[in-house]
Ligand binder design. Structure first.
Ligand code: PEP
Ligand code: MG
Length: 557
């Protein structure tokens, strides 16, 4: 079943059981207010206006009181836990389709009236008028797929509780944060399916092939059966890899490799532990700040979240990144700059609001009392920023001491996400205890390709020689000065790249927990020393992909 919704600014929120009565009440109040408004219009209508106008308002009143509409919207709220605005627009689109199918022209035209009534209701609800759609369909228990023009990372977080079995968006790219969050939820998503939100009928059955990037609408029974068989096979394969969670990740020639987890919230700790992660290599804390208007989390709330992660990981190392907002992760109400990807993002944002930054640092230092914590600064571009960020940590520590509060020891690290950081790697290694290569952004900034723009997604290439050489430079420098360099971009979780990265010297991979088993399988079958010459050849080649494709040393079973 498909739930289709254009991203047109109407608040779409999955509500809890407790909120259902309140949403119904809001809807009832909006309905009453609109009825009063329409009745008032009828009462005060000047005599000389055309009779059709009064007739139209009458039709609107009838639609407003239509039981079928009221009942259906109620079902969306009570059974599917949609907020009132979303329930309303969802149902409206389903009815609109029914109107479209009517042969009677008069009835077909009532669709416009319905739109107007819903828009006015939205107005009374305080939401924006919109034109989105969805319907329960004949089988309410079927897994639902959200088809939208676009979804923000904050939208995706709201759907974490399992409201949808998959996502399709018209726009976006595989390493956009929206896609990353979908991946972390372990459910299929297809982005950049142009026109999907217009083309997919709300009651269609669709197959979502996230691996191939395919959306199949109302496929024939034979294709369905094939996909069902494949689904079973994948589930069996995943089941078969479960035992790997307790197997140490080391290569055949005895090189120990650390497989860490990327997480977005304390809830993800369970998945990280389940997958046998050796720790958390990247906790993207910005997700704690998103989708909550101006009500940003204070020190206590942040401390509780960080502490929950540290304690949940039971003594394993946890690397927590300071807030990385901006670009495709805007905070509510903050106007994007002229060019968000190159603007006040990540560490730049933190350094522009030092009290806010120190609030986060104090919470992090307090959490470090409960277990080993690394603090990671995103998008570090120069040494001045590096020094300022480290100085703020000292200040935050002093502030805690002045209040008589305990602060733990933290390791300090920087993300290598812009070419400048890679080129300054030796200086960065002197300043920091560890580095983490964020390839999602390193590729974006090296190749000047917006990672969330599907029109240039074909140019976004992890195997571009410039990207590989920068990664190799950073890994070699880390090895030479004996400091840890990890890689936490999506490349780390791509099992087809594991051997290349191993050969390049990477020993700390951080990825979505769901990727750990497949990457571990590669590691267990690889001979790290034997991969080095081949990896050097790939990195030095002007066309790395051709060398990578043709000559990789065999895996051992
Ligand atoms: C990266 O850029 O590779 C990274 C891990 O950070 P994010 O995806 O959150 O920008
Ligand atoms: Mg990044």
């Amino acid at each position: 079943m498909v739930v289709q919704s254009k991203s047109s600014g109407v608040p779409r929120r999955q509500i809890s059981d407790d909120e259902v009565p309140e949403e119904l009440k809001r809807l009832g109040q909006a309905r009453d207010a609109l009825a009063q408004e329409l009745q008032g219009l009828l009462r005060t209508m000047p005599r000389d206006v055309p009779a059709e106008l009064a007739a139209m308002i009458d039709v609107h009143l009838q639609l407003l009181q239509d039981e079928a509409l009221q009942d259906a919207v109620t079902v969306w709220i009570t059974q599917h836990h949609y907020n009132a605005e979303w329930a309303l627009t969802t149902q409206m689109d389903l009815f609109a389709r029914q109107f479209d199918a009517m042969s009677d022209a008069y009835l077909r035209e009532r669709k416009g009236d319905l739109h107007q009534v819903v828009d006015r209701l939205l107005h009374h609800l305080g939401g924006l008028p919109l034109t989105s759609m969805a319907r329960p369909g004949s089988n309410d228990d079927a897994p639902r797929i959200l088809v939208a023009h676009d979804l923000s990372p904050a939208d995706m977080l709201r759907y974490r509780e399992g409201a949808f079995a998959g996502f399709v968006t018209d726009v976006g790219a595989a390493t956009s944060h929206t896609a990353i969050v979908a991946r972390s939820m372990g459910i299929p998503a297809v982005v950049a399916a142009r026109g999907a939100s217009e083309l997919v009928p709300p009651d269609a059955w669709i197959i979502l092939d996230g691996d191939a990037g395919l959306v199949l609408i109302d496929p024939p029974a034979q294709v369905r059966a094939q996909y069902q068989a494949r689904q079973l096979e994948l589930a069996r394969h995943a089941e078969g890899l479960k035992y790997l969670a307790v197997v140490p990740a080391s290569t055949r020639d005895g090189q120990a490799v650390q497989l860490l987890a990327n997480i977005e919230s304390p809830q993800d700790v369970a998945a990280a532990m389940h997958a046998g992660a050796a720790g958390v290599g990247l906790f993207r804390t910005e997700f704690l700040f998103m989708g909550r208007g101006s009500d940003l989390p204070g020190e206590e709330e942040q401390y509780a979240a960080y502490r929950a992660v540290v304690e949940g990981m039971k003594g394993l190392p946890v690397t927590i990144r300071t807030i990385d907002v901006g670009a495709d992760k805007p905070l509510d109400g903050i106007r994007p700059g002229v060019n968000p990807a190159l603007g006040l993002r990540a560490i730049r944002w933190s350094l522009s609001d030092l009290p806010m930054f120190r609030t986060q640092l104090r919470a992090l230092l307090r959490a470090a009392v409960h277990g080993p914590v690394g603090v990671l600064f995103p998008m570090m571009g120069n040494l001045d920023e590096a020094r300022q960020a480290c100085a703020q940590v000292d200040l935050a520590r002093d502030e805690l001491a002045a209040q008589g509060m305990l602060a733990g020891t933290v390791r300090l690290g920087a993300m290598v996400e812009v070419p400048a950081a890679a080129l300054l790697v030796e200086d960065f290694l002197q300043q920091f205890d560890f580095l983490s290569i964020g390839t999602n952004d390193l590729i974006q900034y090296t190749l000047a390709i917006d990672r969330s723009d599907e029109t240039v997604a074909h140019l976004y290439d992890p195997l571009h020689p410039a990207v590989l050489r920068l990664i190799a430079m950073v890994l070699t420098a880390g090895e030479q000065c004996g400091k840890e360099v990890s890689l936490c971009g999506e490349m780390a979780g791509d099992a087809s790249l594991t051997r290349l990265l191993l050969g390049m010297g990477l020993r700390h991979f951080s990825m979505q927990p769901t990727s750990i088993p497949r990457v571990k399988q590669q590691i267990l079958q690889s001979d790290a020393a034997g991969l080095k010459a081949w990896a050097d050849q790939v990195v030095r080649s002007p066309t790395p992909r051709s060398v990578w494709n043709s000559g990789s040393p065999k895996l051992h079973n």
